[in-house]
Design a protein around this ligand. Structure first.
Ligand SMILES: [Fe+2]
Ligand SMILES: [Fe+2]
Length: 245
């Protein structure tokens, strides 16, 4: 497995590892490195990916300069290698929401994590990272996302997951491909607040959606978010329970 590097926004690097064997058409695992005075890694990748991803990351900056590490929620592809990263970057600290820290990361991380409030901004020097709680979206109680305010990049984690190995960045809508993947995986936790949690991400002013699996999107991000929210609304309603706005 070889990790590809693409700069999807100014100083935002997508480190993408394609695993062709995963059905039906292979699957990408994307980690993101944000260049700043205090460099920020979003998604660690599973432990087996660490050699390839860290080798790629080291071509962008010394690993030991990474200061912050975060991810969407506690799953192996999101954070399996977090302690390998903490070992490679002695000044690095995990940052996440209060629930993730309390429930899992205070125990799982080799060094104590830093808990961020919903909407708290971490000034990392040249870039500003806003942490947003998204409980159970796309799944897992402790879920959260980040929005980098200078490049207006929304890091969507498993939201907008797509199959295959498309371009790093596209201006074509990724909603249809995301729905195809969701109809196969049923990975989203559909709850009365799924759609409203996604809709709450509109209005951030995102220009780019940096996804964990698949192609990133550049363009009208609010329309993409609305279309995905609408899909989850319909899927929830189809379950016959009705939705809370
Ligand atoms: Fe996940
Ligand atoms: Fe994932």
């Amino acid at each position: 497995m070889k990790t590809k590097i693409d700069e999807i926004a100014d100083g935002v690097f997508r480190l993408s590892t394609f695993t062709p064997d995963l059905p039906p058409s292979g699957f990408t695992f994307n980690q993101y490195l944000i260049q700043a005075d205090e460099p920020f890694l979003f998604h660690c990748g599973g432990r087996a990916l660490f050699p390839s991803v860290s080798e790629a990351a080291a071509t962008i900056m010394p690993l030991k300069s990474i200061r912050w590490i975060s991810f969407g929620h506690v799953e192996s592809d999101e954070c399996g290698s977090m302690n390998q990263w903490l070992s490679a970057a002695p000044e690095a600290q995990i940052v996440h929401g209060g629930i993730a820290c309390m429930v899992s990361l205070n125990d799982l991380a080799d060094r104590p994590p830093r808990a961020l409030e919903h909407n708290e901004i971490l000034n990392i020097g040249g870039r500003r990272v806003r942490y947003i709680d998204t409980p159970h979206v796309p799944h897992a109680w402790e879920s959260g996302l980040i929005f980098e305010e200078v490049t207006r990049t929304l890091f969507t984690g498993d939201l907008f997951t797509q199959l295959g190995d498309g371009p790093a960045l596209t201006e074509e809508s990724i909603v249809k491909a995301s729905i195809i993947a969701e109809e196969g995986f049923h990975a989203m936790a559909l709850t009365p607040t799924t759609a409203s949690t996604i809709r709450n991400l509109k209005g951030l002013g995102a220009k780019c959606l940096a996804v964990m699996h698949g192609s990133c999107f550049q363009g009208d991000c609010d329309s993409e978010l609305e279309a995905l929210a609408e899909y989850t609304d319909q899927a929830f309603a189809a379950a016959g329970i009705g939705s809370r706005k």
